[in-house]
Design a protein around this ligand. Structure first.
Ligand code: MF3
Ligand code: CO
Length: 260
C-alpha cells in the first residue's frame, strides 16, 4: 500500500528532510583524517536530539547507531567504531531523522584527503546517477524509469549496480512501499502519483555488483572488496512538480572547496 501524502504532510516531510540534511552538514564539518566514525555518530545523535528530532536508525531492527557508516568496501549499514579515518578513504554516511512523526533520509559519500582518481570518479558518477534518477521521477511516469536511468548510466560506465538493497517509500515509517530499485526497465512498476514520497539511493560498486553481509547481520560489503559509493535523497512527487526534500547544500557549505 502506497501512502499518498497531503500538502500538510509534505510540509512535515520537508521539516524532517531539512533536519537530516543539516545533520549531514554538521557531520561534514568533522569529517577528516584521524577522526573516528564513533565520534561522528555522537555528533550526529546530539545534533538531531538538540533540534527536537529522533535518530531513527538507532534501535531500528536492532541497528546500534545513529549513522550507517560505509568506509571503502562497505556498501551500506556499517556500524560506527573506533576506526580512525585515513587519507585516501571514502566514507559514506547514511542516516534517517524522525521529526513530528515523519522521516527524512539522506546519504552522502565523502572523499577523505587524496582519493584515487578512479574512486573519485565513482563518487561523481554515483552522485550524477542520483540526479538522473530524480529527473525521471515525475507525476504520471513509471517507477521503472527511475531505476533504469540509474542502472543504464552506471553500467555504461562499467560499474556494478547493487541488487540486494533498494530505495523505498518514506513517511510516517522509515520504509514504506514502493521499493525503488537501482535497476530495472522503463515502463514497468507503479505509476508515480502526486503525494508519493520516495528515497532514491544508488549504491554503486567500482567492481562487481556482488555483495556479502557480515556476521553482525548488518554490514554489507562488496564481495571483491573494491570501493562502493552511496548517495540518497528524499523526494516528493507533487502535481506537475517534483520536490527534492533533502539537500547537499549544508554539506557543500561545510566542505567549501573540498566539496565534490
Ligand atoms: N537509508 C537507509 C535505508 O533505507 C537507512 C537504514 S537505517 C538502519 O536502508 F537502521 F536500517 F540501518
Ligand atoms: Co533510505
Amino acid at each position: 500500500m502506497i501512502y499518498l501524502k497531503t500538502a500538510e504532510e509534505i510540509l512535515l516531510m520537508q521539516e524532517a528532510a531539512t533536519l537530516v540534511s543539516r545533520t549531514l552538514g554538521e557531520v561534514a564539518k568533522w569529517v577528516a583524517p584521524g577522526v573516528t566514525t564513533a565520534r561522528l555518530d555522537t555528533i550526529a545523535r546530539e545534533f538531531i536530539q538538540d533540534n527536537g528530532g529522533r535518530p531513527a536508525c538507532l534501535g531500528y531492527g536492532g541497528f546500534p547507531a545513529t549513522l550507517c557508516i560505509e568506509v571503502n568496501d562497505t556498501v551500506v549499514h556499517g556500524f560506527p567504531s573506533d576506526y580512525a579515518l585515513r587519507d585516501g578513504d571514502i566514507l559514506g554516511i547514511d542516516t534517517v531523522v524522525e521529526l513530528n512523526g515523519y522521516h527524512g533520509d539522506s546519504a552522502y559519500t565523502f572523499a577523505i584527503g587524496n582519493v584515487e582518481a578512479k574512486t573519485l570518479q565513482l563518487l561523481h558518477d554515483t552522485k550524477h546517477s542520483l540526479s538522473l534518477g530524480i529527473a525521471e521521477a515525475k507525476e504520471g511516469a513509471r517507477l521503472g524509469n527511475i531505476s533504469n536511468a540509474v542502472q543504464s548510466f552506471c553500467e555504461r560506465r562499467g560499474y556494478g549496480v547493487v541488487r540486494e538493497m533498494c530505495g523505498h517509500g518514506i513517511g510516517r515509517s522509515m520504509h514504506e512501499s514502493p521499493e525503488v530499485p537501482n535497476y530495472g526497465r522503463r515502463g514497468i512498476g507503479p505509476i508515480l502519483k502526486a503525494g508519493m514520497c520516495i528515497c532514491i539511493e544508488p549504491m554503486i560498486n567500482l567492481g562487481s555488483k556482488n555483495v556479502v553481509i557480515s556476521n553482525d547481520g548488518w554490514t554489507c560489503k562488496t564481495k571483491d572488496h573494491k570501493p562502493s559509493a552511496h548517495y540518497e535523497h528524499t523526494i516528493a512527487i507533487l502535481p506537475g512538480e517534483t520536490r527534492v526534500l533533502t539537500t547537499f547544500d549544508y554539506i557543500q557549505e561545510a566542505l567549501g572547496d573540498r566539496f565534490i
